[in-house]
Design a protein around this ligand. Sequence first.
Ligand code: SF4
Ligand code: SF4
Length: 422
Amino acid sequence: MSDYTEMWRKLGLNLENHAGLLGVLTEGYKNIYLSQKGRPKGMEYFDFVISEVHGLRIKEIYDAKQTGRKVVGTFCVYVPEEIVLATDGICIGLCAGAEVGTDEAEKFIPRNTCALIKAFMGFKLAGLCPYVQLTDLIVGETTCDGKKKAYEIFNNITGKVYVMELPNMKNEESKKLWHSEVVRFKDATEAITGKTITLANMKKGATLVNERRRALQRLSKLRAADPSPISGLDALLVNQVSFYDDPVRFTRMTNRLCDELEERVKQGTGVAPKGAPRVLISGSPMAIPNWKLHSIIEGSGAVVVGEESCVGERNFRDLLDENFSSVDEALEKIASRYLEIDCACFTPNDERLENIKAMTEKLHADGLIHYALQFCTPYMMEAYKVEKAIGTIPFMRLETDYSMGDFGQLKTRVEAFLEMLQ
Ligand code: SF4
Ligand code: SF4
């Protein structure tokens, strides 16, 4: 591995803490990922990406910035990436999935804030996130209350936050509001990049994101096979990497992995024996490196066959209709594509229930685990309706955070649940 110390220093990272973080990440990855049996060869690329998570990818973005390209950081799948890519910008997800910088974060936000918000604040405050340092613009959105208010503080800290106003309902007035927000975001992106969005570059941006979605859809479908050709841990990792890898390379490597998985399905090769319990996970997003629940489930002999989550199906389920002949028309289609997303911050949100039912059927799930981060009120509340909607499929709700303190307790509960699925 190259020595990136000078680059990290230039980015203002806390080098000592950062070395500690990479050490923990490397060890955790070895224990959770590299110890899995029967992994597809195509996962070697994703292993490499993780080994270079703060190295080569940061260097690529760093170098791209020297050529004038701009970097937009996001926290939510409602932010239309097509617009950023149309201006030749780089879009990266900033959500964090590790318990880091909590003490620093709690100086600014209450203790009873979800782990995801604490982590993105903590990573920045502890000087551990090179991605935040590289951003020219950080896009927030008015989704849950925790994020909405945290963005105000994050703007005081970084001075780069731009907030999109996302409505909480999907009526005609809300659609108009959201469309105007998409147009405003286009103007802001043009202003920061100094580039004008044309029909040609809008088409290019739309194709890039749709191709990535298609690759992820393909991966999702392959998990319907029994035995599953890929572990839930590995599929989760691919989804996590999709938020910050170069989109063209990511799509190529994911499709290559899917070619291999298709062969495995034909040959009946799987990561768990045929008939192993199949679990669908639904709920709060699992940002990298949050692998806790998947490792518990798969370590107990079951296989995770899907994630009804933003780091999963919610991110790639709907394609953008690329059949537009002007930038205005593209923005209309973008607004309506993104408003299809079924986050629990919407009310009512019945389409999520329908989507979960459809996923359990398509993926032949034997049981559903509803996962919510502690203090994530939207998903914790909606778990009740999810349980009612899925009927007789065994259901369990879990609330946890990023700490390992409840690992044993969760494992006991998961094992008891899996026994019901045998
Ligand atoms: S769960 Fe909701 S707020 Fe969080 S990333 Fe997904 S869409 Fe955005
Ligand atoms: S996990 Fe829940 S509480 Fe946390 S940011 Fe997402 S929607 Fe908000």
